[in-house]
Design a protein around this ligand. Structure first.
Ligand code: SAM
Length: 321
């Protein structure tokens, strides 16, 4: 399928969509270092411009539009979250593009906190606005660990199916992994643990031989707060998060040896990025690109879901506009 990607960042979602066989025909962001990363690893089809200023005529036609619209204003970690936060309005840009391009499908990705924002009113409003653009819209909460990512990461998917697609309804990525307590019964693989995912990395050195694998001398604290918790090597890692706004610090998880923090390389592995995916920019910038990303393995599951739905599409006659 030809896919237009919005809020593409370093390209976690887009890499997964490519793994599922899709062609990303246009991508967009405004974060310079993430765009450099994207170009070096995914392709130079990414455009650097505020999405609010992008002309519709410059975006190619496509079969699907995807986008993890900025979520800081929706996050449970952000105590000041409000419906009026201007960052919460960027999804309207996705609505604008979906309304004009009329792809068969769209997928929006966001934090689970969006479910409860404004006692559910924010999600209702978002779904209503996409529905007005000509789509049947549903949402699902997924855990990235259920798709082979060594991290517990709950995310909300908002999925739209164009109204004239008669025979495809509630689509969902197909789960491949589960809690080891029930995986065997469900005939699924057990969750990947953070200990397993990081076992092959040598201790970091400053020689730069392994890209993005340098570590700070930061002294660990264990106070139960985000970023200061004991990491159980035998479970998926807790959620990798950015904190605050785009300029804010990043929560770097402790390594499962609980003696140092993870390097960006290790945090990327916890997000299921392959080891040869190199992040551009300074260390903190790399951490932020990684924390912002959709784990590529979850992106692949979304891509496979779209491919399967697309293969079975039967179109009804569309009403004249
Ligand atoms: C949650 S991140 C998306 C990460 C991406 N989906 C991935 O998998 O790597 C949101 C992105 O939206 C971008 N963004 C924020 N405001 C924007 C705007 N006005 N125009 C374009 N991109 C914007 C940010 O720079 C950030 O990279």
């Amino acid at each position: 399928m030809k896919i237009v990607s919005l809020f593409s960042g370093a390209g976690g979602l887009d890499l997964g969509l490519q793994w599922a066989g899709h062609d990303i025909v246009w991508a967009n962001d405004i974060f310079d270092a993430a765009i450099d990363t994207y170009k070096a690893n995914i392709g130079d089809h990414i455009n650097n411009q505020d999405i609010c200023k992008v002309k519709l005529s410059s975006i190619p036609d496509c079969d699907a539009v995807v986008g993890g619209f900025p979520c800081q204003g929706f996050s449970m970690a952000n105590m000041g979250r409000t419906l009026g936060d201007p960052r919460n309005q960027l999804y309207r840009q996705m609505v604008r593009i979906v309304r004009e391009k009329q792809p068969r499908f769209f997928v929006g990705e966001n934090v689970k906190g969006l479910l409860s924002l404004g006692k559910g009113k924010a999600l209702e409003e978002i779904k209503h606005n996409f529905a007005q653009a000509g789509y049947r819209v549903h949402h699902h909460v997924v855990n990235a660990a259920d798709y082979g990512v060594p991290q517990s990461r709950m995310r909300l998917l908002i999925i739209g199916i164009r109204e004239d697609i008669a025979n495809v309804s509630d689509i969902l990525p197909i789960q491949t992994h589960a809690d080891p307590a029930i995986a065997f019964k469900l005939k699924l693989k057990p969750w990947i643990t953070v200990g397993e995912a990081l076992a092959h990395f040598p201790e970091p050195t400053d020689d730069g031989e392994i890209p993005n694998h340098q570590c700070s001398q930061y002294k660990l604290r264990f106070n139960g707060h985000l970023g200061h918790r004991y990491i159980d090597p035998n479970r998926p890692a807790p959620t990798v998060t950015g904190r605050g706004d785009e300029r804010g610090g990043v929560v770097v998880l402790h390594h499962p040896n609980n003696r140092r923090r993870m390097t960006a390389r290790e945090l990327a592995a916890v997000q299921s990025f392959p080891d040869d995916f190199v992040f551009s920019g300074a260390k903190t910038t790399a951490y932020r690109q990684i924390a912002n990303a959709v784990p590529p393995l979850l992106g692949k599951a979304i891509g496979l879901m779209l491919a399967k739905a697309n293969a079975s599409v039967k179109l009804k006659k569309r009403k004249a506009a």
